[in-house]
Structure formats: structure tokens, C-alpha cells
Design a protein. Structure first.
Length: 146
């Protein structure tokens, strides 16, 4: 199920209910982390998954770093949706691999097989990838927390 990861949910409850600080690697005060890494997934990475779960789908794929600010993202708290403020282009697929990205995730690392998922959700519209296609999240794209 997409949404906030189990770790973020637990840390948030501890913060709200027990006045405990967020765990060190998840402490995201405005001055601590300026960039977030966006990943595309062919299936829901799940609440307990890493950003590497069902990620990518072609050899040239990498996560893309975005700005953690209103210059990078627009969000609707009433809908649990986020959209990029500018296009986010992923590397062009030069292989013959094909598929569909159905989910996106936000995390803290560019590591290709790891990285804690801070939030994930279903993509609208989904993104088909095939040879010579450059997957792109546009300002009209959104991912919705479930």
C-alpha cells in the first residue's frame, strides 16, 4: 500500500505523542536536507520496502534529485497529492526494455538498490517506457498517497 513508510509513521507518532525526536537519518528539518530523490516504480514499493523495490526497469534508469521546497514540489494536503513544479526527466531508455511506471517514491539517497521510502504513491498518469523514450514527470503529473 502506498503512502508514508512504516518508519515515518512510527517516528511521527513518537514525535507527536512522546516528544521524541525523529531518528537521525529521518530528521528532515528545513536546514538538514535540501534535496530529495525521486524514484519510479513498476509496482507499489509498499510500506516496508526500500526505494529499490520494483524500481526502474531499464539499464540507464537512475533516481533524480529534486529540491525540497516549494520550488521543487506542489502539494495538496486535502488530497494527499504532490506534483513537481517543473518537469523531472529521467535518463532516456536506450535498451529494448519496455514497461509501465505506476508508482513514484521520495527518499533520501541515490543508491540504486536501497534508500528509505519517505513517501510513495500511485502515479497519474502512468508512464510507459520503451526504447528511446525519456520518462518524464511533468507539472501535470501527480502521485497520490493511498
Amino acid at each position: 500500500m502506498a503512502g508514508f513508510s512504516d518508519q515515518i509513521e512510527a517516528d511521527t507518532l513518537n514525535l507527536y505523542l512522546s516528544a521524541k525526536n525523529l531518528s537521525t537519518d529521518l530528521a528532515i528539518a528545513s536546514t538538514t536536507i535540501s534535496g530529495l530523490w525521486v524514484g519510479l516504480h513498476t509496482a507499489d514499493p509498499g510500506d516496508t520496502g526500500t526505494q529499490g523495490v520494483s524500481e526502474g526497469g531499464y539499464g540507464q534508469y537512475t533516481r533524480i534529485q529534486t529540491t525540497r521546497s516549494t520550488a521543487g514540489w506542489s502539494s495538496s494536503t486535502s488530497l494527499g497529492q504532490a506534483s513537481p513544479v517543473a518537469n523531472i526527466d529521467f535518463p532516456q531508455n536506450t535498451s529494448t526494455s519496455t514497461g509501465t511506471f505506476t508508482h513514484a517514491s521520495i527518499g533520501l539517497t541515490s543508491a540504486s538498490t536501497a534508500g528509505k521510502v519517505l513517501a510513495s504513491g500511485s502515479l497519474s498518469p502512468t508512464i510507459n517506457f520503451s526504447q528511446n523514450v525519456t520518462p518524464r514527470l511533468t507539472t501535470g503529473s501527480s502521485f497520490t498517497l493511498d
